[in-house]
Design a protein. Sequence first.
Length: 240
Amino acid sequence: MATSRGPERLLILDTETTGLDPAEHRCIEVGAVLFHVPQRAVLSQISFLLPCQSNPAQAINGIAAEVSRLPQPWQPALACFEAMVEAAEVVVAHNAGFDRQWFGHGPLPAITKPWLCSMEDLRWPAERQLRATPSVRDLALAYGVPVWAAHRALTDCIYLAQVFERCADLEQLLEAGLAPRRLYRARLSYEERHKAREAGFRWNEPISGAWSRRLSEQEASLLSFPVVPVEDPALERRSA
Protein backbone atom coordinates (compact mmCIF):
# COMPACT_ATOMS: atom_id res chain seq x y z
CA MET A 1 0.00 0.00 0.00
CA ALA A 2 1.29 3.46 -0.87
CA THR A 3 1.84 5.90 1.96
CA SER A 4 0.48 9.44 1.93
CA ARG A 5 3.94 10.59 0.89
CA GLY A 6 4.23 8.37 -2.15
CA PRO A 7 4.98 4.85 -3.31
CA GLU A 8 6.63 2.22 -1.12
CA ARG A 9 7.81 -0.13 -3.88
CA LEU A 10 9.59 0.99 -7.04
CA LEU A 11 10.54 -1.16 -9.99
CA ILE A 12 13.81 0.24 -11.31
CA LEU A 13 14.31 -1.05 -14.84
CA ASP A 14 16.58 -0.67 -17.83
CA THR A 15 16.72 -2.17 -21.30
CA GLU A 16 19.38 -2.87 -23.90
CA THR A 17 18.18 -2.89 -27.48
CA THR A 18 19.38 -3.60 -30.99
CA GLY A 19 18.51 -0.06 -32.11
CA LEU A 20 16.34 2.95 -31.40
CA ASP A 21 13.04 2.11 -33.13
CA PRO A 22 10.72 -0.59 -31.69
CA ALA A 23 9.15 -0.94 -35.14
CA GLU A 24 12.49 -2.08 -36.60
CA HIS A 25 14.60 -3.25 -33.66
CA ARG A 26 14.23 -5.46 -30.59
CA CYS A 27 14.84 -5.36 -26.89
CA ILE A 28 17.73 -7.73 -26.24
CA GLU A 29 18.05 -7.43 -22.45
CA VAL A 30 15.94 -6.40 -19.46
CA GLY A 31 17.25 -5.60 -16.01
CA ALA A 32 15.07 -4.81 -13.01
CA VAL A 33 15.35 -4.14 -9.28
CA LEU A 34 12.36 -4.10 -6.91
CA PHE A 35 13.17 -1.41 -4.35
CA HIS A 36 11.49 -0.68 -1.01
CA VAL A 37 11.47 3.06 -0.33
CA PRO A 38 10.89 3.24 3.47
CA GLN A 39 13.63 0.69 4.18
CA ARG A 40 15.94 1.90 1.34
CA ALA A 41 16.35 -1.77 0.47
CA VAL A 42 16.53 -3.99 -2.60
CA LEU A 43 13.83 -6.68 -2.41
CA SER A 44 14.69 -8.58 -5.59
CA GLN A 45 16.57 -8.16 -8.84
CA ILE A 46 16.76 -9.88 -12.18
CA SER A 47 18.25 -9.60 -15.65
CA PHE A 48 17.80 -11.75 -18.72
CA LEU A 49 18.56 -11.78 -22.43
CA LEU A 50 15.91 -12.05 -25.13
CA PRO A 51 16.96 -14.10 -28.18
CA CYS A 52 17.59 -12.14 -31.36
CA GLN A 53 19.10 -12.86 -34.76
CA SER A 54 21.30 -9.76 -35.04
CA ASN A 55 22.42 -6.86 -32.88
CA PRO A 56 23.57 -3.78 -34.78
CA ALA A 57 24.13 -2.07 -31.41
CA GLN A 58 26.66 -4.63 -30.16
CA ALA A 59 29.43 -2.02 -30.13
CA ILE A 60 27.38 -0.05 -27.59
CA ASN A 61 25.91 -2.73 -25.32
CA GLY A 62 28.47 -5.49 -25.84
CA ILE A 63 25.85 -8.22 -26.31
CA ALA A 64 26.53 -10.59 -29.19
CA ALA A 65 23.39 -11.88 -30.90
CA GLU A 66 24.70 -15.44 -30.73
CA VAL A 67 25.07 -15.10 -26.95
CA SER A 68 21.41 -14.07 -26.69
CA ARG A 69 20.48 -17.36 -28.38
CA LEU A 70 22.40 -19.61 -26.00
CA PRO A 71 20.15 -21.81 -23.84
CA GLN A 72 18.90 -19.83 -20.85
CA PRO A 73 15.59 -19.73 -18.96
CA TRP A 74 14.41 -16.40 -20.31
CA GLN A 75 10.71 -17.37 -20.29
CA PRO A 76 10.66 -18.08 -16.52
CA ALA A 77 12.75 -14.93 -16.01
CA LEU A 78 10.16 -12.96 -17.95
CA ALA A 79 7.42 -14.40 -15.74
CA CYS A 80 9.41 -13.33 -12.66
CA PHE A 81 9.80 -9.85 -14.15
CA GLU A 82 6.04 -9.62 -14.68
CA ALA A 83 5.51 -10.54 -11.02
CA MET A 84 7.93 -7.78 -10.02
CA VAL A 85 5.99 -5.30 -12.16
CA GLU A 86 2.79 -6.37 -10.44
CA ALA A 87 4.37 -5.87 -6.99
CA ALA A 88 5.58 -2.36 -7.79
CA GLU A 89 3.57 0.85 -7.57
CA VAL A 90 5.78 2.95 -9.81
CA VAL A 91 8.25 2.04 -12.58
CA VAL A 92 11.47 4.07 -12.61
CA ALA A 93 13.88 4.30 -15.53
CA HIS A 94 16.66 6.67 -16.50
CA ASN A 95 15.34 8.08 -19.78
CA ALA A 96 11.97 6.42 -19.26
CA GLY A 97 10.66 7.71 -22.57
CA PHE A 98 13.08 5.39 -24.34
CA ASP A 99 12.64 2.32 -22.15
CA ARG A 100 8.84 2.33 -21.90
CA GLN A 101 8.36 2.17 -25.68
CA TRP A 102 9.68 -1.42 -25.82
CA PHE A 103 6.99 -2.84 -23.54
CA GLY A 104 3.96 -4.22 -25.30
CA HIS A 105 6.15 -5.35 -28.23
CA GLY A 106 7.29 -8.91 -28.89
CA PRO A 107 7.44 -10.99 -25.70
CA LEU A 108 7.56 -7.98 -23.38
CA PRO A 109 4.30 -7.19 -21.57
CA ALA A 110 2.66 -3.79 -21.71
CA ILE A 111 3.20 -1.89 -18.43
CA THR A 112 0.27 0.16 -17.18
CA LYS A 113 1.83 1.29 -13.89
CA PRO A 114 2.91 4.95 -13.59
CA TRP A 115 6.37 5.69 -14.98
CA LEU A 116 8.92 8.04 -13.43
CA CYS A 117 12.04 9.23 -15.24
CA SER A 118 15.05 9.61 -12.93
CA MET A 119 16.72 11.81 -15.55
CA GLU A 120 13.84 14.12 -16.49
CA ASP A 121 11.35 14.04 -13.58
CA LEU A 122 13.52 14.01 -10.46
CA ARG A 123 15.12 17.28 -9.35
CA TRP A 124 18.37 16.26 -7.69
CA PRO A 125 19.67 18.46 -4.84
CA ALA A 126 21.72 21.47 -5.98
CA GLU A 127 24.58 20.52 -3.65
CA ARG A 128 25.21 17.43 -5.78
CA GLN A 129 26.27 19.80 -8.60
CA LEU A 130 24.60 17.76 -11.32
CA ARG A 131 23.34 18.88 -14.70
CA ALA A 132 19.57 19.30 -15.02
CA THR A 133 19.41 15.95 -16.84
CA PRO A 134 22.35 13.92 -15.48
CA SER A 135 23.65 10.65 -16.85
CA VAL A 136 23.45 7.53 -14.69
CA ARG A 137 27.23 7.61 -14.35
CA ASP A 138 27.31 11.23 -13.14
CA LEU A 139 24.40 10.59 -10.78
CA ALA A 140 26.14 7.56 -9.26
CA LEU A 141 29.42 9.40 -8.78
CA ALA A 142 27.64 12.38 -7.19
CA TYR A 143 26.28 10.03 -4.52
CA GLY A 144 29.55 8.18 -3.96
CA VAL A 145 28.50 5.04 -5.83
CA PRO A 146 31.49 3.35 -7.52
CA VAL A 147 31.07 3.07 -11.30
CA TRP A 148 32.56 -0.23 -12.41
CA ALA A 149 30.76 -1.09 -15.65
CA ALA A 150 28.36 0.37 -18.17
CA HIS A 151 25.90 -0.49 -20.92
CA ARG A 152 24.31 -3.56 -19.35
CA ALA A 153 20.77 -3.32 -18.10
CA LEU A 154 21.12 -4.58 -14.53
CA THR A 155 24.25 -2.52 -13.90
CA ASP A 156 22.41 0.77 -14.40
CA CYS A 157 19.52 -0.47 -12.22
CA ILE A 158 21.96 -1.25 -9.40
CA TYR A 159 23.50 2.22 -9.71
CA LEU A 160 20.07 3.83 -9.34
CA ALA A 161 19.14 1.58 -6.42
CA GLN A 162 22.36 2.51 -4.62
CA VAL A 163 21.72 6.20 -5.28
CA PHE A 164 18.22 5.79 -3.80
CA GLU A 165 19.73 4.05 -0.76
CA ARG A 166 21.79 7.18 -0.13
CA CYS A 167 18.90 9.66 -0.62
CA ALA A 168 17.73 10.94 2.75
CA ASP A 169 15.04 12.96 0.98
CA LEU A 170 13.93 10.22 -1.42
CA GLU A 171 10.25 10.44 -0.45
CA GLN A 172 10.18 14.15 -1.24
CA LEU A 173 12.02 13.62 -4.52
CA LEU A 174 9.50 10.98 -5.59
CA GLU A 175 6.51 13.04 -4.52
CA ALA A 176 7.72 16.02 -6.55
CA GLY A 177 8.71 13.80 -9.47
CA LEU A 178 5.26 12.24 -9.67
CA ALA A 179 3.47 15.61 -9.80
CA PRO A 180 1.43 16.14 -13.00
CA ARG A 181 3.54 17.46 -15.86
CA ARG A 182 2.97 19.11 -19.18
CA LEU A 183 5.19 20.27 -22.01
CA TYR A 184 6.45 23.86 -21.85
CA ARG A 185 8.25 25.94 -24.48
CA ALA A 186 10.88 28.47 -23.43
CA ARG A 187 10.49 32.06 -24.56
CA LEU A 188 14.08 33.20 -24.92
CA SER A 189 16.19 35.08 -27.40
CA TYR A 190 19.00 33.33 -29.24
CA GLU A 191 21.52 35.04 -26.97
CA GLU A 192 19.75 33.60 -23.89
CA ARG A 193 19.52 30.01 -25.15
CA HIS A 194 22.10 28.88 -22.57
CA LYS A 195 19.47 29.42 -19.85
CA ALA A 196 17.18 26.83 -21.44
CA ARG A 197 20.02 24.37 -21.91
CA GLU A 198 21.13 24.72 -18.30
CA ALA A 199 17.54 24.13 -17.14
CA GLY A 200 17.39 20.82 -19.01
CA PHE A 201 15.33 22.01 -21.99
CA ARG A 202 15.93 20.25 -25.30
CA TRP A 203 16.27 21.96 -28.63
CA ASN A 204 14.13 20.69 -31.51
CA GLU A 205 12.67 17.81 -29.47
CA PRO A 206 9.76 17.26 -29.50
CA ILE A 207 8.98 20.75 -30.81
CA SER A 208 10.75 21.78 -33.99
CA GLY A 209 12.71 25.00 -33.66
CA ALA A 210 12.12 25.47 -29.93
CA TRP A 211 13.53 24.65 -26.48
CA SER A 212 11.05 22.52 -24.53
CA ARG A 213 10.75 20.36 -21.44
CA ARG A 214 8.07 18.60 -19.41
CA LEU A 215 7.56 20.41 -16.09
CA SER A 216 5.17 20.53 -13.20
CA GLU A 217 3.33 23.79 -12.65
CA GLN A 218 5.51 24.58 -9.64
CA GLU A 219 8.74 23.89 -11.54
CA ALA A 220 7.62 26.18 -14.36
CA SER A 221 6.90 28.97 -11.88
CA LEU A 222 10.42 28.75 -10.41
CA LEU A 223 12.28 29.22 -13.71
CA SER A 224 14.28 32.39 -14.26
CA PHE A 225 12.85 32.84 -17.76
CA PRO A 226 9.33 32.81 -19.23
CA VAL A 227 7.73 29.65 -20.61
CA VAL A 228 4.40 28.84 -22.21
CA PRO A 229 2.52 25.53 -22.03
CA VAL A 230 2.22 23.55 -25.24
CA GLU A 231 -1.29 22.28 -25.84
CA ASP A 232 -0.49 20.23 -28.94
CA PRO A 233 3.14 19.52 -29.93
CA ALA A 234 2.03 18.53 -33.43
CA LEU A 235 0.48 21.95 -33.96
CA GLU A 236 3.59 23.63 -32.61
CA ARG A 237 5.72 21.71 -35.11
CA ARG A 238 3.54 22.77 -38.01
CA SER A 239 3.52 26.41 -36.98
CA ALA A 240 7.28 26.64 -36.41
